[in-house]
Design a protein around this ligand. Structure first.
Ligand SMILES: [Fe+2]
Length: 437
């Protein structure tokens, strides 16, 4: 396993990173924020009489959210088309269909603006479509090798605004669009600052229709981003980047990301029971959206780690939802194996999750984070008790899963605060089969 750019460099050559940065779209948050889309588009330089595209799915059309946004834009003089054929965990061909739709309707120049309305799948489809139309050519030109040609994007294109209807994925602020390659059972991405949206509009009234199980699953993903970001290595544990363009996307935690993680863990863990039990609780839905946003900025800047690395092979092979996979893996990985990397830090996580650690040693208190997280999951009553209940995974499967994690997820494993071998990953998978009986 390679640890280049890590603390294991020769101490005589070690020159720590001294610079950090945060990149994000313009962000508008709160009940009614979606009603200000016309103003938002004006701010991005798009004026009325322009034609835009809403990328969404059939479910959001039938729930009435799409009509509401179309009416809002119509009242402000914008003309919009709707592409509602987005797939869950979109495949390359599903995104190609959206690009094709744009070119058929508007020619190579594409639309004057784009909106992605929905969960991570709709937002990622919108991001990839806008990027490919702006840069010309085909989707596969820009998908990471070996699936695609891995060409660099050079243009951002027409304005893109994302409106999440779940609170979890963080796609609204991330520079990545994830695409599935069903014939290879893998996921690939297009990753570039040009993929990031220009604006994110987080309106809790768009999230009230999310059913309890998806609410809980996306919340676990959001908590994963916040906790993984809070417990990963520091930015100055890395070697200084000679060229700013070489600085990694997952650059380690900073005082800024820690502050966001802390607020995210608190908001998410104290409101998730409310939204799962009463989806119409706008105040709690708003808190969840904010928690997910803060967690995403923290986690996706500092870096996700072990649970996310292990989640990809599980999702690819068993077609599970990302959030429920993170839910099943987090106790054994982030809050199990990784605790030894920094017990005082995990003691803080335990307290943020609501644990009473009075009279405990630091290590005992750190271990409470896992117990508190599992007890939260059990209260929600819609999450799997581990990988076995999630997808029928047994002890016979953990060797293969560990192998594909180590083979394909070095980018994330390198961010893990505690070094991991294939044998470690195998043990963690075994530990994650049953989080409770
Ligand atoms: Fe995630």
């Amino acid at each position: 396993m390679s640890y280049e750019r890590s603390v294991s460099a020769d101490p005589h050559e070690f020159s720590p990173e001294t610079v950090w940065e945060v990149q994000m779209p313009a962000i508008r948050v709160g009940a009614g924020a979606a009603g200000e889309l016309g103003y938002q588009l004006d701010q991005l330089g798009t004026t009325g009489d322009q034609r835009g595209l809403i990328v969404t799915d059939e479910n959001l059309v039938s729930l009435g959210h799409v009509e509401r946004i179309v009416d809002e834009l119509d009242a402000d003089g914008f003309d919009v088309d709707v592409f509602a054929n987005t797939e869950r965990e979109p495949s390359i061909s599903a995104v190609e269909a959206c690009i094709e739709f744009v070119r058929e309707e508007m020619g190579d120049a594409g639309y004057d603006f784009y909106l992605g309305l929905g969960g991570g799948s709709c937002m990622d489809t919108a991001k990839a479509t806008r990027a490919v139309v702006a840069n010309e050519g085909e989707l596969l030109d820009y998908v990471a090798a070996p699936t695609g040609a891995g060409e660099a994007l050079t243009q951002s294109g027409a304005p893109l605004i994302l409106l999440p209807t779940t609170a979890g994925t963080g796609s609204e602020i991330s520079p990545v669009a994830i695409l599935s390659v069903p014939e290879k059972n893998i996921k690939e991405g297009i990753s570039s600052p040009h993929v990031r949206a220009d604006a994110a509009v987080l309106d809790p009234t768009l999230t009230t229709t999310l059913p309890p199980d998806l609410t809980a699953k996306t919340a676990m993903d959001a908590l994963g981003h916040a906790i993984e970001g809070y417990t990963t290595h520091r930015y100055d544990d890395l070697l200084r980047a000679e060229d700013p363009a070489e600085r990694p996307v997952y650059a380690g935690r900073t005082g800024f990301t820690e502050m966001l993680s802390e607020k995210a863990i608190e908001l998410l863990s104290s409101n998730v029971r409310r939204v799962v039990n009463n989806g119409d609780d706008i105040e709690a839905r708003g808190a969840m959206l904010k928690g997910a946003l803060f967690g995403a900025i923290a986690g996706l800047t500092a870096g996700a780690s072990l649970a996310h690395a292990m989640a990809y092979p599980v999702g690819n092979n068993y077609h599970t939802y990302h959030g429920e996979t993170i839910a099943a893996l987090t106790p054994a990985s982030t809050l199990g194996y990784n605790v030894a990397s920094d017990p005082p830090r995990f003691e803080k996580v335990a307290k943020m999750l609501g644990a009473d650690t009075t009279g405990m040693s630091t290590r005992e208190a750190a271990d409470e984070a896992r117990k508190e997280f599992v007890s939260l999951q059990r209260d929600l009553n819609v999450l799997p008790s581990g990988l076995n209940e999630l997808a029928g995974i047994t002890a016979d499967d953990v060797g293969g899963l560990a192998e594909s994690t180590v083979e394909s997820q070095q980018r994330l494993l390198r961010c893990n605060p505690r070094p991991v071998t294939k044998e470690d990953v195998e043990e963690i998978f075994s530990d994650a089969l049953h989080n409770w009986e």
